[in-house]
Design a protein around this ligand. Structure first.
Ligand SMILES: Nc1ncnc2c1ncn2[C@@H]1O[C@H](COP(=O)(O)OP(=O)(O)OP(=O)(O)O)[C@@H](O)[C@H]1O
Ligand SMILES: [Mg+2]
Length: 271
């Protein structure tokens, strides 16, 4: 697996991360195609963020391999970083300065030539629907506006692949829709591949071409939402049912999880 196949923008092969004796991500093998929105779902502690940190070169794998945009995450970390955008799970925008100023910092970080910075920032603000508030302090932004600003930060250098760790957590349904509208436009406009984690099953169902279900570090189900639902053999199955079946846990409205008293017996791949 020296070079990712042309049809994949991301490939992992038995990717594993241990913390001491504890294995947070265990033998993860999957691929993401160009322009795909790939969802990672699973209960708290399943290993979603750990996976994203390995793929964004922030955390070295304990074993296994991954290539992102054709580059090895360990041996070609610099090239990987140039090819990706990353929006972390926790809010990362600086509230004390304006949206424009936040983007200015990232334009420098991504080494966008000085002469192009203003135009790129203008484009990014426009693309994420933030032009009207670009000169306001971020502390006056709503949660949805902050998330859209963070996505703008992550895409200014036009990455081939964007990693979004719970981009819509804590947002009201309208703000979530606004974030997703922009994500969809990104994909259509630039063909950007997107790896996204979410606890909102309905969102994953509607917006991801394929979904991987992680449970205690294992990939327990993988495929298009429709195929995963069909695998349950009931016409009315939802992605929440898929989640419950393959993780043995149930999604709660609060975003937490409750043991459903079921044990997972099978893993399914329906790629
Ligand atoms: N630096 C670390 N040291 C030790 N354990 C860690 C570390 N980072 C993560 N873990 C553990 O690895 C497991 C996976 O964590 P991770 O953050 O990847 O889960 P997650 O699927 O993103 O969960 P959530 O939905 O709550 O964000 C958890 O049990 C967590 O406690
Ligand atoms: Mg996480």
């Amino acid at each position: 697996m020296a070079v990712a196949p042309a049809s994949s923008v991301l490939v992992t092969d038995a990717l594993t991360r241990r913390f001491g004796n504890f294995t947070a991500v265990d033998g993860l093998s999957l691929s993401v195609t160009p322009g795909e929105v790939f969802g990672l779902i699973g209960p708290n502690g399943a290993g979603k963020t750990t996976t994203i940190k390995m793929l964004t070169t922030l955390l070295p794998p304990s074993s296994g391999r991954a290539t992102v945009a054709g580059y090895d995450v360990v041996h070609q970390a610099t090239e990987v970083r140039r090819s990706i955008g990353y929006v972390p799970q926790l809010i990362s925008a600086d509230a004390q300065v304006t949206g424009f100023e936040n983007l200015w910092v990232f334009a420098g970080l991504y080494q966008i030539p000085r002469a192009e910075r203003r135009e790129r920032i203008r484009e990014a603000l426009d693309f994420m629907g933030l032009t009207a508030v670009g000169n306001e302090l971020v502390r006056n932004y709503s949660g949805g506006m902050i998330r859209r600003l963070e996505i703008a930060q992550a895409l200014m250098h036009r990455p081939r692949i964007l990693f979004l760790d719970e981009p819509t957590v804590g947002l009201d349904p309208l703000a979530r829709d606004a974030v997703w509208d922009q994500i969809e436009r990104l994909r259509e406009h630039y063909g950007t591949s997107i790896v996204v984690t979410t606890h909102y099953m309905e969102e994953a169902d509607r917006l991801c071409q394929r979904v991987g279900v992680l449970h205690r570090g294992h990939l327990v189900a993988l495929g298009p939402p429709a195929a995963l639902k069909e695998s349950l053999g009931r016409p009315d199955a939802t992605l929440e049912d898929v989640f419950a079946k393959y993780t043995g846990e149930e999604v709660e409205l609060s975003g937490g999880y409750r043991e459903a008293g079921r044990t997972r017996r099978v893993a399914v791949r329906l790629e």
